[in-house]
Write a protein that binds this ligand. Structure first.
Ligand code: NAP
Length: 247
């Protein structure tokens, strides 16, 4: 029996990269997916069309999840369309890399708002619905950078480490309800975010990865699927999908 059949998920930033792969993978497994995007309307509509063509169900919802009223709109849209919510994947994220000396207050606040405050903004209005699910799941897409730190990423690293702390605390608070809360910490995954990194730096990073390659978005989606499907007894954890770069 497919335990995910008929479940409802929200994937923030679900129109591109890792979020798109997660959305498609969940839909292939019978989940109805609410794909949130901020600016990538065409990409999000493309993911919805491909899911529907393959016999799945999905809608796209525009919202800037760094703003709490906007984030609430996404939860409301899921409830209005599908009547319940089982899975929340907090995937929206940005980088604004600069060494700390050059980092502006705006660079700091923007990255914290989009990567970390968004997690509060979506989780707060979603919580009661997830608790009412028979298998509620919160999955936060953090990063290896939240575990190791990185030159020029004080803002991003702080936000991603913050997601891990949030994950552990909420996992404890929700353990009795059956809702699991986990973080996935991707290493370097081949998406637009990585293609913006200069070629010489990409080569240096790749040389340091024990498996000598970047990961694929689908490999992160597999981790999400595992936590959703078989993860009833896994909570408060960091699932590292990084080719062995951080152990
Ligand atoms: P991506 O393609 O740039 O995806 C980022 C997504 O976040 C986009 O779909 C974007 O939507 C969305 N987003 C940004 N700001 C938003 C906002 N204010 N409101 C709603 N959505 C917003 O890059 P990606 O690599 O797939 O990244 C996905 C997640 O994985 C991020 O959290 C990232 O930090 C994390 N991650 C990535 C890597 C990697 O190597 N690629 C490694 C570790 C962790 P719009 O385009 O519509 O704005």
């Amino acid at each position: 029996m497919n335990t995910l059949q008929g479940k409802v998920a929200i994937v923030t930033g679900g129109g591109t990269g890792i979020g798109a792969a997660i959305s498609k993978c969940l839909a292939e497994n019978g989940v109805k997916v609410v794909i949130n995007y901020n600016t990538s309307s065409l990409a999000a509509q493309g993911v919805v069309s491909s899911i529907i063509e393959n016999g799945g169900e999905a809608i796209a919802v525009q919202a800037d999840v760094s703003k709490s009223e906007d984030a609430t709109k996404v939860i409301d849209a899921a409830i209005e369309k599908y009547g319940k919510l089982d899975i929340l994947v907090n995937n929206a994220g940005i980088t604004r890399d600069r060494s700390f000396k050059k980092l502006t207050e705006e660079d700091w606040r923007k990255v914290i708002d989009v990567n970390l405050n968004s997690v509060y903004n979506t989780t707060a209005p979603a919580l009661n619905y997830l608790v009412n699910s028979d298998a509620g799941r919160i999955i936060n897409i953090s990063s290896i950078i939240g575990q190791t730190g990185a030159f020029g990423q004080a803002n991003y690293s702080a936000a991603k480490a913050g997601m891990i702390g949030f994950t552990k605390s909420l996992a404890l608070e929700l353990a009795k309800t059956g809702v699991t809360v986990n973080a996935i910490c991707p290493g370097f995954i081949e998406t637009c975010m990585i293609s913006e990194v200069p070629e010489n730096i990409r080569e240096q990073i790749q040389a340091k990865i024990p498996q000598k390659r970047f990961g694929h978005a689908e490999e992160i989606a597999s981790g999400v699927l595992y936590l959703c499907k078989d993860g009833a007894y896994i909570t408060g954890q960091q699932l590292n999908i990084n080719g062995g770069l951080f152990m």
